[in-house]
Write a protein that binds this ligand. Structure first.
Ligand SMILES: Cc1cc2nc3c(=O)[nH]c(=O)nc-3n(C[C@H](O)[C@H](O)[C@H](O)COP(=O)(O)OP(=O)(O)OC[C@H]3O[C@@H](n4cnc5c(N)ncnc54)[C@H](O)[C@@H]3O)c2cc1C
Length: 705
């Protein structure tokens, strides 16, 4: 529990996090003449694309293994790690207090929503110990008790209480300490550099990644800033596809590289799975409204065009106590979940907001008012709350009369944070809605985070490792663990001389990128990228959001296919050469959108039901949410099939035919860790057998479920 005695300078240090610098910049290897264009070229052993928490972790681990690494990033301190958070932004690791943890149980807990490889979940658990303690070693201020044990709490999809936090900006603080370490190790960067197309070649019948074409904001060697990094290993660490949805709590301009990976023919998995929950809007300051923001039970209402207020939650809950207690529960049941719409549960709040938004009303949260009563029922009272809710507030000395005072008591940083961004929630109500927040799916990877394209790795949010649900804080942990794992794997490779360090091998690909940009700048009849953005984002929010009507998916997919066919035939238009990166980013976002809808259509046409943070609504739905005013049959929803928990949907795109292939793949199991004995396996480590393709621990039976 926080209390209001924490001095202002300490609050400031946890919210106004100043980032380190300057970083070392990489010198180019040379300038290459390509017809009448000049192209700056860089070469390295490993290129990390993206400088979020995952990318920086990979970079420092690579550098420690003496690998010549470059970090190239659109925005050094952009992306979700540096710019997103919540009331207590969470890091989820193995329990380190009292009795420690059971890693097999932990793995099963992490993957309990289904669609998650058991080996990945186990690695996330055991790897979290190193990730966590090395972050502490680098200076991450994780709160401790007097025994130096890190303080823990319970978060979403976490029955044990494995969560911890440095406050609203845990991930920004992670970026800070990781970047300080990168500076200490003299890691070199390309700032303002966006990777737009993967360079690959077939060698001995196997396609391999050899580098990437990018657009630099600072290089004026040609009018687009088009330049090239040739690298023996490519690590995608670009975060999630934050521009996919209109209703989104990602910071602006998070495109990631999922579309680029798809375009390169790389397999993606679990693209159906994303998290949605309440937060402030991207048009203002995107931030999650979880934890104490709602546990203090603010008044949630809407305002229509005429300025009239509506106590809309009162149409859904039967009593004031039920309404208030469920607003509270959104604190640790933050992501939407179809089943929690039933029995007057906490996801009825999200559904109510969805319906209210459809009426064109603005939804607000007021910390200076307690909830208004449900008509005909008693007024709000702190003495009339469900037992668990009352106990929580009582245990935290948070029984002040007004929500803002309860928030001041429990988490003053939460107020500070909005103040910093021009919203004084101590005075004004806060507009918000239900938003897309995280993609659980992404690039399909193995236990070393290798993608289906040789020498190309994916870590952090761009990797599709999370399955259907993930405990709050598991995303940040996974990025750290697999940042280390890919460095380990790259470090284990024999130092074979690189074959394609010459830009001349990629003349065709580079000329093609130039030609596309030339025509995009000159193309008066092409689709403006802004138009494409509006169409893609609206379709994703309206047809593939947390409320999804099963019968509408096929139509949405057909529209997405038509849009991409139109992009193919008519091209895209950008305003000028300085917008070169947006040409690729939007073209690839449209491909990503079609990929998600392809996966979703495959899922529903094979009988897939509601799971994760999506209600799959259908007039054949077995379950319907009830409200004070009756059943909401429009939102009857289908149940998840048991078989879907045991498999992942894999999507692959061919840029030659512009077609997607989709199939189900069983989730990976793992060997029983109790049977992996020291002496017997030591040599496999020393001889680096463990890094070999398809290696499994010899003579060990699989872990029984
Ligand atoms: C509001 C909100 C709250 C969240 N809260 C939590 C939480 O409590 N716990 C948790 O575990 N997770 C949380 N998440 C999710 C988590 O923050 C992200 O999954 C995680 O930070 C992603 O880290 P990353 O390093 O993979 O990517 P990012 O931090 O997004 O970094 C991506 C980097 O790549 C760069 N980049 C992008 N595309 C390119 C390109 N093509 N070329 C070059 N560079 C590129 C960007 O500029 C950026 O530097 C939250 C997310 C949001 C939006």
């Amino acid at each position: 529990m926080m209390n209001n005695k924490v001095p202002q300078d300490i609050l400031d240090a946890l919210t106004r996090v100043k980032m380190p610098g300057p970083v070392s910049l990489r010198e180019s290897t040379g300038i290459y003449d390509l017809n009448d264009r000049k192209v700056t070229t860089y070469t390295c052993e490993a290129l990390v694309l993206g400088s979020g928490a995952a990318g920086l972790r990979a970079a420092i681990e690579l550098k420690r293994r003496n690998i010549d690494v470059i970090v190239a990033s659109t925005s050094l301190f952009g992306g979700t790690s540096a710019c997103s958070g919540s009331d207590k932004q969470t890091l989820h690791t193995a329990g380190t207090n009292n009795r420690g943890d059971d890693f097999v149980k932990l793995a099963k807990d992490i993957g309990s929503g289904g669609g998650m490889d058991l080996d990945t979940a186990y690695i996330e658990g055991t790897g979290s110990l190193y990730a966590f303690s090395s972050l502490q070693y680098m200076g991450l201020p994780l709160p401790q008790d007097r025994f130096s044990t890190v303080l823990r709490y319970q978060t979403d999809h976490d029955e044990v209480g494995r969560a911890t936090s440095c406050g609203p900006r845990t991930s920004r603080l992670m970026v800070k300490v990781l970047c300080e370490e990168a500076i200490r190790l003299n890691v070199e960067f390309l700032k303002g550099w966006t990777g737009v197309r993967i360079l690959k070649k077939e060698v001995n019948g196997i396609e391999q990644a050899y580098g990437i074409i990018g657009i630099s904001r600072v290089d004026d060697t040609n009018e687009y800033g088009l330049s090239v990094v040739l690298s023996d290993n490519l690590i995608l660490a670009t975060g999630g596809p934050g521009e996919l949805y209109r209703d989104s709590v990602y910071p602006k301009n998070c495109f990631g590289s999922l579309g680029m990976a798809l375009e390169a023919g790389i397999d993606a998995s679990n693209l159906t799975e994303s998290q949605f929950g309440i937060g402030t809007r991207r048009t203002e300051f995107p931030w999650n409204l979880s934890g104490t923001y709602v546990q203090v039970i603010p008044y949630i209402y809407s305002v229509d065009d005429e300025g009239k207020e509506h106590n809309f939650l009162a149409d859904y809950y039967r009593t004031t106590q039920e309404l208030a207690s469920n607003v509270f529960r959104k604190g640790y049941q933050w992501p939407f979940h179809a089943h929690r719409m039933l029995d007057y549960g906490s996801s009825l709040v999200d559904l109510a907001i969805f319906n209210e938004s459809r009426k064109g009303r603005t939804i607000l949260m007021d910390f200076n008012r307690n909830p208004e009563a449900v008509p005909g029922d008693k007024p709000f009272s702190l003495d009339e709350l469900d037992e668990d809710v009352r106990a929580y507030l009582e245990n935290n000395d948070a029984l002040q009369e007004m929500p803002i005072d309860r928030l001041r008591q429990m988490n003053p940083l939460a107020i500070e944070l909005y103040k910093m961004h021009g919203n004084n929630i101590a005075e004004d109500p806060l507009p918000f809605n239900v938003n897309n927040q995280h993609m659980n799916g992404g690039v399909e990877v193995d236990v070393w985070s290798r993608s289906s394209l040789k020498n190309c790795y994916a870590i952090g949010e761009v990797a599709g490792t999370h399955g259907v649900t993930r405990p709050g804080g598991a995303a940040l942990n996974a990025g750290q663990v697999f940042g280390m794992r890919c460095a380990d794997h790259i470090g284990s490779k024999e130092n074979t001389s690189p074959k394609f360090r010459e830009i001349g091998h990629f003349q065709y690909e580079i000329s093609k990128a130039f030609a596309e940009l030339d025509s995009a700048v000159e193309n008066d009849s092409g689709i403006p990228v802004e138009e494409l953005r509006d169409e893609v984002q609206a379709r994703m929010s309206d047809k593939a959001g947390f409320i999804c009507q099963k019968d509408e998916v096929i139509q949405a997919l057909t529209e997405a296919q038509s849009l991409n066919a139109k992009v193919h035939s008519e091209g895209l238009t950008i305003k000028s050469a300085v917008n070169a990166s947006s040409y690729f980013q939007w073209q690839q976002t449209a491909i990503t959108s079609e990929a998600v809808l392809t996966a979703l259509n495959y899922y529903v046409s094979h009988g897939g039901g509601s799971r994760g943070a999506r209600a799959m609504c259908s007039n054949k739905g077995e379950l319907a949410p009830s409200t004070r005013l009756g059943e909401l049959n429009e939102f009857s929803f289908l149940e998840q099939q048991a078989v879907d928990k045991t498999q992942k949907i894999i999507v692959n795109y061919s840029s030659e035919s512009s077609e997607f292939k989709t199939h189900n793949q069983p989730i990976r199991s793992m060997e029983d860790p109790d049977k992996i004995y020291f002496e017997k396996n030591w040599s496999n480590y020393l001889a680096e057998e463990i890094y070999k393709d398809d290696y499994v621990t010899p003579d060990v039976p699989p872990l029984q479920s």
